[in-house]
Ligand binder design. Sequence first.
Ligand code: ZN
Length: 141
Amino acid sequence: MSKCCSGARTDRDFAKRHLCPMNGKTYASVPFSTIKYHIKAPWHWKEKTQPYYFCDDPECDVVYFGLDNSVIKKPALRTLVGIKEKTDHSLVCYCFGITRKEARDDSEAKAFVMNETEKKACACATRNPSGRCCLKDFPRS
Ligand SMILES: [Zn+2]
C-alpha cells in the first residue's frame, strides 16, 4: 500500500468522529464557527487546520478537542455548557433560553422548539455548543 493512499484513508476515517483524549469515547465534529461563538477571547485562539470535536460527557471537563488531541476545557468557554451541568437552570436550548427544568416540566417548550426548528427559525449550529440541534438534548417524553 502506498503512503499516499493510507494517508488519505486515515483523513477520511477521522474526519467526522474522534476519541476524546480524556474519556476515550467517540464524538462528532463541530464547526470552527461554533467554537468561536463559545470560547473566551476567540481572537487569542490559535485554531489549527484540523477537525475539532465536541465531547458531551457531563463527567468530562473537555468540551472541544482537536484531531491532534489538543483540548479546550470548560473554563476556557464563555458559555456554560448545559449538557455538562446537572442543575435545573442549565440550558438545553440556546436559541430560546430553555432550561432543563422547563424542557422537562413544560411540554409546550419542546413543541415550540420543534415548530421553530421546522421553520428554520433557530440557530442551533452556532448557539448550541454542540453545533447541532438542541432537540436531541430534550428529555424524552
Ligand atoms: Zn470528553
